[in-house]
Design a protein around this ligand. Structure first.
Ligand SMILES: Cc1cc2nc3c(=O)[nH]c(=O)nc-3n(C[C@H](O)[C@H](O)[C@H](O)COP(=O)(O)OP(=O)(O)OC[C@H]3O[C@@H](n4cnc5c(N)ncnc54)[C@H](O)[C@@H]3O)c2cc1C
Length: 419
């Protein structure tokens, strides 16, 4: 493993950091004010996107671009430090067309879309002209287990008809969200529970699609939305099916691998920012005659945060390298491990930083409450921690079962007389 960044990536890191310093960070206040005033998308978003694109800082997440597709082709390992830099500001990834869930949807269209589907949906997404949503989770069933989902996709002549209810569907309230990829069941009685599901493309303006509400996250209203949506006799042409019938589960797995590592990369950027804020505040304020960092508890929080972030970063780089070499399937255990570790780390470090800031730490005057909230939400999104821990344990047990008796020479029970 060689984790030195190539000259190309060093150059991109330098240019992306400069972009963040020159164009994003100075607009944090304006972004906050416009969102508070109900302006969304914010007035400067399209200008920033155009600028980022003109500087070659566009679609950095997609490792396998094809002829004519716009973007800067990078491996996962190359993308990791860049995602970390843009992750420092929660709304920044969209400026570079690198935000979830659009990135995952672009990957799905890219991998499984027909030429016509790519023409209609992938190209405008790659150009940042439209936004998209991915609808899997349902209120009525435990959706950590995707075999539970109930939404029906039924063939009717040349169409499919969709009925069901989804919730927490990110991006669905974005005014530019034009399309949704929905996972439902085409064959609920199939004996193979992993072949019951399919994915279908639903334009947002299809009759029967109703956004019932935008659900706040920890009472925080996100204008792009995490929406509850009903589907009543939603009719789309059969050509809107993505891949084949019964391939939905497999495609969801393919989508979630890169999506999860991208969340972790950005999460490291947010954790770094929380630590930067903690360190600066600890050097400015005095309590009981000492700077805060001179108090043992605070200095331990600083040290622990640094150790945790550096561990996490190395682990993400290792996982990115494995995805590049063995695919998301070959890195399944590592992807689950970083997803179970890093969002939790983000909330822990944000929590320490809030404590160092005193009451100001939980006010909107610092980004810490948002950093904490997003870290907390990520412990559900793309699979709750416990589901990842279950997968890791199962893989570990399976590997152990492949080498029975391996530990025996390490055991030294007293020898017994065989009589
Ligand atoms: C901010 C945010 C954005 C989201 N965006 C989207 C989106 O765009 N599209 C989408 O489809 N979904 C989205 N989700 C939903 C998310 O993917 C689901 O919440 C998640 O998959 C869990 O499903 P569930 O909520 O039904 O929880 P359940 O499946 O009901 O699980 C509840 C709890 O049960 C426990 N549990 C479950 N399985 C196990 C197990 N095997 N072992 C031990 N404990 C277990 C866990 O603690 C888990 O948290 C989003 C969620 C959030 C918070």
């Amino acid at each position: 493993m060689d984790f030195d960044h190539s000259p190309k990536v060093q150059d991109l890191c330098r240019r992306l950091s400069a972009f963040m310093e020159d164009h994003i960070v100075p607009r944090i206040r304006a972004h906050h004010e416009e969102i508070k005033a109900g302006i969304f998308p914010v007035s400067f978003m399209e200008d920033l996107k155009a600028l980022a694109r003109s500087e070659g800082l566009w679609n950095l997440f997609l490792p396998h671009l094809k002829e004519g597709e716009s973007g800067t082709q990078l491996t996962n390992l190359e993308y990791a430090p860049l995602a970390e830099i843009m992750g420092r500001v929660i709304w920044a990834p969209e400026v570079f067309n690198c935000n979830a869930p659009d990135t995952g949807n672009m990957e799905i269209f890219h991998m499984f879309g027909t030429e016509a589907q790519k023409e209609q949906w992938l190209n405008p997404l790659l150009d940042g002209k439209i936004r998209s949503a991915f609808a899997m989770t349902e209120p009525d069933v435990s959706s950590s287990d995707a075999t539970n989902i109930q939404t029906l996709i039924q063939r009717d002549g040349d169409d499919y008809v969709i009925n069901g209810r989804k919730w927490f569907i990110s991006n669905a309230a974005h005014p530019n969200c034009r399309v949704m990829i929905l996972m439902g069941k085409t064959d609920p009685d199939n004996a193979d529970r992993h072949r019951q599901q399919s994915m279908i493309i639903i334009p947002m303006d299809t009759p029967g699609v109703t956004i019932e509400r935008n659900i706040p996250i920890m009472s925080h209203h996100s204008p792009e939305g995490h929406c509850e949506i009903t589907f009543r006799d939603v009719r789309v042409p059969a050509s809107n099916l993505l891949g084949g019938e019964g391939e939905g589960f497999m495609m969801a797995q393919a989508r979630l691998g890169p999506g999860r590592i991208h969340h972790c990369m950005r999460s490291i950027g947010q954790s770094e920012l929380a630590l930067d804020l903690m360190v600066e505040r600890a050097q400015e304020r005095k309590a009981f005659g000492k700077y805060l960092h001179q108090h043992g508890a605070v200095s331990e929080w600083i040290a622990r945060s640094r150790m945790e972030i550096d561990q996490a970063r190395l682990f993400v780089l290792k996982t990115a390298d494995m995805i590049d070499k063995a695919g998301a399937k070959g890195a399944r255990k590592e992807i689950s491990m970083i997803k179970a570790i890093i969002p939790k780390m983000q909330t822990t470090i944000a929590d320490r930083a809030m404590q160092v800031f005193g009451a100001m730490g939980i006010s909107p005057d610092t980004p810490l409450a948002d950093i904490w909230t997003w870290g907390r939400a990520l412990r559900f999104a793309d699979g709750p921690d416990e589901v990842h821990l279950r997968s890791i344990a199962r893989m570990e047990i399976r590997e152990a079962q492949n080498k029975p008796g391996f530990t025996l020479p390490y055991l030294t029970p007293p020898l017994r007389d065989e009589k």
